[in-house]
Unconditional design. Sequence first.
Length: 400
Amino acid sequence: MQASAAATFTDNVGVVTHLSYTNTPYYTQFPQILGALQTLGVKHIRDGYYPWSVTDPIVLNHLQLALAGIKTSYVVPWNQSTSPINIEDFAPEVLDMEALEAPNECDVSGGCGGTGDAGVANAVGFLPTVFGAAKELGIPAVGPAFVLQASYPDAGNLDAEMSINNLHIYFGGRNPGSTGWGDVDAEGNSYGSFDWWLDQAKIDGPGMASEITETGYIATPATSTQYTVTDAVEASYIPRTLLLAFSHGLKKTYIYELIDEVSSPGYGLLNSDLSPKPAFNAVKNLLSTLKDSGAFTPGALEYQISGGGAMMNQLLLEKKDGSFWLVVWLEQSSWDEVNLAPIAVTPQNISLTLSSSYKTVADYQFNSGGAVTAFNQPMTGNVAALTVTDQISIIEIAHR
């Protein structure tokens, strides 16, 4: 099995922020927000572009992000008075600009001079502004994300005006590996699944790579609202979302969003008082466990997994020191999103067989609180016996 670099996976993860929401902690408690981003371990945020002055506190906050090594993908609102040069002049003021994104959800937002066909047309008409600035700055131009299925064929082929496609993927309280729950597209994939969304991306950017600029769950300690989840379920689903997105070839995945705030209650990895939810802990521990640095060419590992059933999922990563990190989990639903009740997931016993050149070192098991516990993973000969659940486990594998 060919491995991917662990650092490539961790660099794939970002989070959405709203630094311009002046009535939220994003603005009033920015030092704590910066600290939370550093604790989380992400190096990428997604936020909005506005022509602030160089002395505006929001610009100064972006400068602090840049100093901390955190880069921003700027969503450019639809505004016919915005020119490429406006954006190009803004970039050296903030120093954290790594990508520009087309206006957000123009088919439903109402912020693009209309909705539906009119919103889509305005978004497409605005793309030369975003693409022109991105080209001059030497950064990616992220295309428009749409909500409605009809918007993708309405927009048509946008290859000439973007360098990466854009998707917003939400699962409505379902597990991220869901095979979908709506109409089937021409390729036989059901609405809501990763494959369905990637089919839509092929309409606007045939052969072009895509990223997810929004994904996440509405989560609270307990819930009475359909299609939402509990904090404990989110702690399982969010890491799996990141792993599945990477496995599907998505170039970046931004979690929506960092904190619970007035416009999107329940979506945050942090509560409104900036205390961490279990999903925050889970992402932090996932990124810290797989943290690595330095460029290298990942290799392959010969191994075999027996057992686990059809829901068994895996992702093989390698660090620069030559160690392999095998992430395993059962991609099953642990929550009934309609009746708001937990679903029992039966743990599965598996056998991991390695060649004589390798051995298992440790098993890092995650729990519903987002915590991770590491313990020695013994082998009998070349075989390790493991138990896999709907919470991820990461198996560290090293040369003998």
